[in-house]
Design a protein around this ligand. Structure first.
Ligand code: CAA
Ligand code: NAD
Length: 306
């Protein structure tokens, strides 16, 4: 197979032969914009769908800036190619506020808010509108993939594609096998994951899959230590960076991925597993209630310059 991999310290770019040539991403937030970026930089056409033009413009701006970071590293010995790489990648990205107009794709990846009913409604709609061959996938962090797809007919063409934040940098993709996924769909998902530069692992549809099943209790313990005042936020984060070798401490990471999402993940994990480590955490509930979701709102456990 004709494959070209270019690895740099923090990025993975790859072009491989795969059957998926056109992709639609629904949700142009933190994750959707990253998924669209890696798709476009791998040479595939991608449409991002979100509710408002304003959100889509913001996604385009952040993709342009992040493509610049990628290009600077890829072409550090040939800076003349930077502009072309960024422009060609951006030219492959379309935006739309209407999912009905964007269903002509080989793959549709959902990256909307972490709410079961909203995701179910979308997939029920896509199942009716999208061409027969289109594969449907969810980027959910914690919700059961089978539950999300419970109302669709094409269960053989449905599964989970769980990316990590920041998508252009994190090299992992969890491919989640739903109960009725066909071998062809599973293989197409694995191949597509490789084509966008990711190392793919496979996991059953089990709460939190691999990474969040392990990361969520760690994160919950850190939030409880902070709440009890056992140590300051800064000291908890420094301890895990310097004492355990994580690139970010658990509280910085919670702010980075979003405290609203953290709360949703813990609630789903509690319901699915009954493990008391996932019980509600006062300080998290309070911050979310106040709209302090972390970096994306300018304040969470820490304050950020917008
Ligand atoms: N796009 C492109 N490049 C980016 C980027 C982005 N969005 N964000 C960072 N980078 C690049 C930077 O350009 C920089 O490159 P150089 O090292 O070549 O200069 C590099 O990544 C490091 O960035 P920074 O210097 O800005 O900051 P850093 O060294 O602190 O690294 C980080 C930032 C990569 C995010 C690192 O802190 C990290 O790996 N943190 C942990 C992230 C993590 O655990 N993610 C998973 C969360 S769990 C999840 O996603 C699943 C879920 O369901 C919630
Ligand atoms: P986000 O809030 O940044 O973005 C979600 C986007 O979906 C918003 O822009 C919103 O306007 C849009 N949206 C909501 N309803 C929509 C609809 N009906 N049609 C089109 N767009 C709609 O959220 P995020 O952090 O990008 O998370 C998205 C998904 O990815 C969630 O399921 C989350 O669990 C998962 N995820 C998040 C992370 C992370 O670190 N943030 C990591 C892995 C997976």
């Amino acid at each position: 197979m004709n494959k070209i991999f270019v690895w740099t310290r923090k990025f993975s770019i790859s072009t491989s032969q795969n059957a998926i040539k056109t992709v639609t991403v629904i949700g142009g937030g933190l994750m959707g914009s990253g998924i669209a970026q890696v798709t476009a930089q791998a040479g595939q056409n991608v449409t991002i769908v979100d509710l408002e033009p304003e959100i889509l413009n913001k996604a385009q701006k952040s993709i342009q800036a992040n493509l610049g970071r990628v290009a600077k590293k890829l072409y550090k010995d040939d800076p003349g190619k930077i502009e072309g790489f960024v422009k060609e990648s951006l030219d492959r990205i379309k935006i739309s506020t209407k999912v009905e107009d964007s269903v002509n794709a080989d793959l549709m990846v959902e990256a909307m808010v972490e709410k079961l009913d909203i995701k179910q409604d979308l997939f029920n709609k896509l199942d009716k509108l999208a061409p027969e061959h289109t594969i449907l996938a969810t980027n959910t962090s914690s919700i059961s993939v089978n539950a999300i797809g419970s109302g669709i007919k094409r269960k053989d063409k449905f599964g989970g594609l769980h990316f990590f934040n920041p998508v252009p940098v994190m090299r992992l993709l969890e491919v989640i096998k739903s109960d009725h996924i066909s071998e062809d769909t599973y293989q197409a998902m694995m191949e597509w994951g490789k084509s966008v530069g990711k190392t793919c692992i496979t996991c059953k549809d089990t709460p939190g899959f691999v990474v969040n099943r392990i990361l969520a209790p760690y994160s919950a313990e850190a939030l409880r230590m902070y709440e009890r005042g056992d140590a300051s936020a800064e000291d908890i984060d420094t301890a895990m960076r310097l004492g355990a070798g994580y690139p970010m401490g658990p509280l910085e990471l919670a702010d980075y991925t979003g405290l609203d999402l953290k709360k949703s993940i813990l609630a789903v994990m509690l319901k699915e597993t009954g493990n008391p480590v996932f019980e509600p955490i006062g300080v998290l509930d309070k911050l979310v209630k106040e709209g302090k979701y972390g970096r994306k709102t300018g304040e969470g456990i820490y304050k950020y310059n917008k």
